[in-house]
Structures are given as structure tokens and as C-alpha cells.
Design a protein around this ligand. Structure first.
Ligand SMILES: [Zn+2]
Ligand SMILES: [Zn+2]
Length: 177
């Protein structure tokens, strides 16, 4: 079987239209804004810096260098926004925007006066379990449900806006139904 990560020309129509197969490359900024899912077929949509936030854009995993998967040619483009990948399919490393959100959430917890140091420690430990769907995700959800109300609405809103994009589906459903 052909490597799906290599974009290939599948066929050309009589009028010269080119059909591809395989994954295109996605360009995403360090803060997780999607620039384009079609860097290889439509490089004109690329940006060196994100036009939404000014951060640098990347097209490959920072750990292994494998390209970030974009649109899978030969399938219909999704009507819905497909979620942006959190981890690299090739090496399992976390992408920059996943780390950025985890860091921001960690700082938010550290800033709060509602928790003592032990609670802050526990909450911070639970962050990764909220992102990765693991056997500990349910524990992390319970912990957050217990602690988040203590910190008030402003904290809860800020926490949600940072974490909602990287939280696992199970965590999202439980925390923000
Ligand atoms: Zn951005
Ligand atoms: Zn990687």
C-alpha cells in the first residue's frame, strides 16, 4: 500500500484538473489557529506568521519532523471543522499548541487564590489526563468538578476557554455538557 502521508497525483481530467490522493500538509500556528489544510496543493494560502495572533506557523512535528496531516485527498472536505490534532501520529509527541494550552492552564491555576498548594499540585497533575483520553481521565474529571466551583465564575470561564479545545471528548462532555 502507498504511504498515505505522501501526497500523489492520482489522475488528471481531460480539462487539466488534477486529482490527488494522500494527506496534504496542514499549517497551524503555535497557538493552535488553523491556517490551511492544503499547504501542498494550495501554498498560496500559507502564512509564515498567524494573521489571527502573530505567532509563528508550523507544518511539521517539533519532535520528529513528520508533517502535520492536513486534508485527506480523495475524501470529501468535512462540513464541520475537524478538530486540530493534539499529538503527533508519528511519534506521540505533543504539538506546540497543546503544550501552550497546558502551560496557560498551569499558570492560571498557580494564579488562583482559591486553592492551597496541594490542591494546585493535584489540579496541575490532572491537566494532562483531561487532554489524553486515559484510564485516569475519569479521576481528573471528578477532581475538576470538585475543585473548579471553589474558584468562582471568572476562573471557571478562563479555564474553560483555555482547556476546551484540547480536552478529550469524554472530559468535554462531563465538564461542559
Ligand atoms: Zn494564531
Ligand atoms: Zn512527531
Amino acid at each position: 500500500m502507498n504511504n498515505p502521508n505522501t501526497l500523489r497525483v492520482k489522475s488528471r481530467s481531460a480539462s487539466g484538473e488534477v486529482f490527488y490522493e494522500g494527506y496534504d500538509t496542514a499549517s497551524i500556528c503555535e497557538n493552535g489557529h488553523l491556517i490551511t489544510r492544503n499547504v501542498e496543493t494550495h501554498p498560496e494560502h500559507s502564512e509564515t506568521f498567524c494573521s489571527k495572533c502573530g505567532a509563528k506557523t508550523v507544518t511539521a512535528c517539533g519532535h520528529c519532523g513528520q508533517k502535520i496531516r492536513g486534508h485527506l485527498h480523495g475524501t470529501m472536505p468535512s462540513m464541520h471543522d475537524e478538530p486540530i490534532a493534539k499529538f503527533c501520529y508519528n511519534c506521540g509527541g505533543s504539538y506546540l499548541w497543546t503544550e501552550a494550552a497546558l502551560k496557560a492552564a498551569t499558570e492560571l491555576i498557580a494564579e488562583s487564590d482559591a486553592f492551597d498548594n496541594e490542591e494546585k499540585e493535584r489540579l496541575t497533575q490532572s491537566l494532562r489526563d483531561v487532554v489524553q483520553d486515559t484510564s485516569r481521565t475519569q479521576v481528573a474529571i471528578m477532581r475538576l468538578q470538585k475543585y473548579l466551583p471553589k474558584a468562582g465564575k471568572q476562573f471557571a470561564d478562563a479555564f474553560r476557554s483555555i482547556v476546551v479545545d484540547i480536552a478529550s471528548e469524554a472530559a468535554k462532555k462531563a465538564l461542559w455538557p
